[in-house]
Design a protein around this ligand. Structure first.
Ligand code: GDP
Ligand code: MN
Length: 383
């Protein structure tokens, strides 16, 4: 389970990790009221489950009410990586001297936890890890033994943090580890861990993932769970329509719509599209007992994304009859406002009839998943 920054900060505060006072807000009025209460300057931060909010414009500093209205309030009507911002965290703004990265997570290969500290924090820790991994000081923690003081010393001296802040950083690391273990986290991250110009060390951002398998012993945390908090608009609509639809992340999505019956078959179809050099736009499982109506509804839904320039439909007719699916599809195609190429691979009961029905239509038939994938990529391009 992912927690929002404001939720993670509340938990961090309970473990003695220094955070700045702030409140969550759902409307412009609330943002203004809280800003006055906290006192300017304030930072307004989008609360969405995606990283890189700063770069996307989802974090704004306001020195007064005018700036707040000019910049910060627009965050509430933004989308970040396709996810609409429904709430913001309003918090005290500070002047930053240094930004560090501090994190604890599971190192699966080592079968241990790993504690990481890096003096070049803030944004883009992934880039630091790729370009100059030696800048990140790491120690492995055996969870049965716990975190030793010498290990903390090792990361503090192994990174290039300001050693005059070693005492404060040590305390924060101890508390972060305690928090990590007690809430059954799988990731606890502070990026940036900031040193302010007046020398305070503060968690300016907070990321906490809780192991879902441990939620049964954290009823207080389970209440923080939000169903659908990380859905984009089309995913929300799909939920209302009763469709099992996943929109690929904005930076990875391509022009090929994909649907099929059965999650495994759909995933396999997406893999084949990728293998043929194409880029899927979505995942859509119409389920085992898909009717003609569902096929039509699903097709219309996939095409709501203008980026989709063709659709590959992969149906195994075990429970559903192929001719019924084909009939639904032909009707749906006639009604389509935006007619894109469609490839249908359909096998199983009444396959021959389905194939014959499609012959006089603009729909393309494929007899295997691979063939269908190659065909749709030919028709749509690699995107
Ligand atoms: P992220 O982009 O989603 O990781 O959001 P962060 O909370 O890490 O904020 C991104 C950047 O915004 C930070 O690295 C800071 O440089 C800046 N920032 C966040 N809070 C403050 C603040 O209180 N004061 C100042 N001056 N900058 C801030
Ligand atoms: Mn951050």
């Amino acid at each position: 389970m992912k927690l929002h920054e404001y939720q993670a900060k509340e938990i961090f505060a309970n473990f003695g990790i220094p955070v700045l006072p702030g409140k969550v807000a759902f409307s412009a009025d609330e943002v203004e009221r809280i800003s006055q209460e906290i006192g300017y300057p304030v930072v307004v931060k989008a609360q969405v489950h995606v990283g890189g909010r700063g770069k996307a414009g989802g974090i704004q500093i306001a020195r007064n009410a005018v700036e707040l209205r000019e910049n910060a309030l627009k965050i509430l009507s933004m989308q970040i990586k396709g996810i609409p911002v429904k709430k913001v965290f309003v918090t005290q703004a500070v002047e930053i001297r240094d930004e560090y990265y501090l994190g604890i997570t599971v190192d699966r290969q080592a079968r241990k936890l790993v504690l990481m500290l890096c003096a070049s924090g803030g944004v883009d820790i992934e880039e630091v890890a790729a370009v100059s991994p030696e800048k990140i000081a790491k120690v492995h923690i055996d969870p049965l033994v716990g975190l030793h003081d010498f290990q903390i010393t090792k990361v503090i001296y192994g990174s290039q943090v300001d050693l005059s802040k070693a005492k404060e950083i040590r305390e924060i690391i101890r508390n972060l580890y305690r928090c990590y273990m007690e809430v059954d986290a799988s990731l606890a991250e502070i990026n940036p861990l900031a040193v302010t110009i007046d020398g305070q060390v503060i968690a300016l951002d907070a990321k906490l993932l809780i192991d879902d398998n441990a939620l049964f012993r954290h009823s207080d945390l389970e209440q923080m769970r939000e169903v659908g908090a990380d859905l984009d608009e089309l995913e929300e609509e799909a939920q209302d329509l009763g469709l099992a639809y996943v929109h690929m992340p904005a930076d990875k999505r391509g022009p090929i719509g994909v649907m099929g019956n059965g999650a495994g078959l759909v995933m396999n179809t997406m893999d084949e599209v990728a293998r043929a050099g194409g880029k899927p736009n979505n995942f859509l499982d119409i389920g085992g007992t898909a009717t003609a109506e569902v096929v039509e509804k699903a097709l219309l839904h996939i095409l709501k994304d203008d980026m989709v320039k063709g659709v590959f439909i992969n149906v195994f007719g075990g429970i559903v009859r192929c001719d019924v699916v084909a009939q639904g599809l032909i009707k749906a195609y006639e009604r389509l406002e935006r007619k894109v190429p469609i490839v249908l691979r359909i096998t199983g009961t009444n396959e021959d009839i389905a194939r014959q029905m499609l012959e006089e239509t603009p729909l393309q038939y494929a007899s295997t998943t691979t063939e269908g994938a190659v065909k749709i990529v030919e028709l749509v391009g690699k995107g």
